[in-house]
Design a protein around this ligand. Structure first.
Ligand code: NAP
Length: 275
């Protein structure tokens, strides 16, 4: 299959492909399918054990490196003094890349057991050493985001990757990020494929001849957020990509906004104090 050769994305593409669970040969096939479909933004993490699969799929796709936007995340075990930068270098080696496009702090230190001043400056150092073009955070509530920005000074936080979907609106944090010029990246953007059970989403989907997942993704993209759904199945990978063609009316967007149930699904007891 002839792959489209895009120009280098200047900023993070809005619709990316998550790689949690995409391990082994099946995982490589799914990531390759995503690249063949048109996804150019891949999301991995030291904790997912999919960095090697991401690298292998990129090599098999034969796309120029500059056409891609690759994100990885540093696990809290690598936050100690002098540990973070070498861990990013190891991630790059595992992926077979010279540089990442974005490196995120995956979670604030569990139970706040380390101050941000231990690890946020190391993130800036990884960027200064050319190991990544951009830096960002994940699962950071407003208070920690504010502290991280102060520690980073001139180095911008490109994104805060957080749980957000029609059932978990996360509005306080999302509004704060967008107001501060920090892109929101939605994880679990399709609520793990469970949104079909929502009558409002099902009705809107039927009206457009779309899937519930396309409706959720189109709603997130319409807010200016990025979203990184994953799937093991080619039909879902391709279908989710088509969400970019779906235009929802202002009334439909408002209806989806009202579906918030306010319950996050990823909520470890060692996690931060959420907003
Ligand atoms: N920063 C963080 O702490 C964090 C936390 C969680 C996730 N993430 C990132 O976000 C990505 C996405 O989150 P996620 O994997 O938890 O959840 P998700 O993308 O919301 O849901 C994935 C699930 O939905 C199913 N699915 C996908 N497309 C579908 C469709 N069109 N119709 C029906 N079912 C569909 C998939 O099953 P099939 O395989 O059968 O399609 C899979 O089980 C992850 O891969 C990871 O990169 C980050």
């Amino acid at each position: 299959m002839e792959l489209q050769r895009d120009a280098q994305p200047e900023i993070m593409p809005g619709l990316g492909f998550g790689t949690y669970g995409r391990q082994g040969e099946d995982g490589i096939s799914a990531i390759l399918c995503a690249l063949e479909t048109g996804y150019r933004h891949l999301d991995t993490a030291q904790d997912y054990d999919t960095e090697a699969e991401v690298g292998e799929a990129i090599r098999r796709a034969g796309l120029p490196r500059e056409a891609l936007f690759v994100t990885t995340k540093v696990r809290p075990a690598n936050f100690g003094p002098g540990d973070l930068v070498p861990s990013v270098a190891r991630s790059l080696e595992t992926m077979g890349l010279d540089r990442a496009d974005l490196v995120l702090i995956h979670w604030p230190a569990p139970n706040g057991e380390r101050p941000l001043s231990d690890y946020i400056p190391q993130l800036a150092e990884a960027r200064a050493q050319g190991l990544t073009r951009h830096v960002g955070v994940s699962n950071f509530p407003v208070a920690l985001l504010t502290e991280a920005r102060a520690l980073l000074g001139d180095v911008p936080i490109l994104t805060n990757q957080v749980e957000l979907n029609p059932w978990f609106r996360n509005r306080t944090l999302a509004d704060h990020c967008m107001g501060a010029g920090i892109r929101v990246t939605c994880y679990q953007p399709i609520a793990q494929g469970r949104l079909g059970g929502d009558p409002v989403i099902a009705r809107i989907a039927a009206r457009h001849g779309a899937t519930p997942e396309q409706v959720a993704l189109a709603w997130e993209l319409a807010q200016g957020y990025a979203a990184i759904p994953t799937s093991s199945r080619p039909e879902h990978i391709r279908g989710n990509w088509q969400a970019q063609q779906l235009d929802l009316s202002p009334g439909e967007l408002a209806e989806i906004d009202a579906l918030n149930r306010g319950r996050r699904s990823i909520d470890p007891d060692w996690g931060p104090a959420w907003d």
